[in-house]
Design a protein around this ligand. Sequence first.
Ligand code: SF4
Length: 232
Amino acid sequence: MAEREGLTATPTPDRGKPWRSLTDRFGRTITYVRLSVTDRCDLRCRYCMAERMEFLPRQDLLTLEELAELADALIARGVRRIRLTGGEPLVRRGIVGLVEAIGQHIGNGLDELTMTTNATQLATVARDLHRYGIRRLNISLDSLDHERFRAITRRGDLDQVLAGIAAAQDAGLAVKINMVALKALNEDEIGTMCQRRSKSRPFGGVKPGHRVTCRGEWREGVARGPLPPALV
Ligand code: SF4
């Protein structure tokens, strides 16, 4: 509960009040913000982090209360969609309280609250995330092969991630898989990952190292397929 965690949401100001919207230096109005809640992660993906990471001192991070206040201010300035990211957001203690605090704005200034996660901690919090307003998750998953997944993440347990994805779906959360295509590491799995992609968003011209985003519903245990012709 937000109150229990000491987090409260500031009421969004009336639309009639003179809050200036956020604009960048090209005059574009900013309505979407990614809020990084931590630089820490429980994995060490080879393309992202060193095996021995030095993270920021905790006192240099915004507290959860400050993050909630920041979200309030952003919403008051016209931000309509917020995505929580990291590092890995679910390793931040008290993150569910922050989701609840920000989620209180949904329908009252905020259109959508989403999260990008590696799903390792998802099984225990998926229902709370849905309860407090999240409806969509982006989940990083680079391989469906246990050994390969561990090799890429240096420490990850694929079963734990798949359990997190299943829990998310059971809770009613829509899941989008983000896969980083790595030459000679997981390129033969791109077809499998994209098997469920929407026909309206075909992909092509993907090069090694590019991020492949496949829209579509995740199905556990989809059969492996060959590399799609578009990528050969
Ligand atoms: S799960 Fe994401 S944040 Fe964590 S090491 Fe991998 S890519 Fe980086």
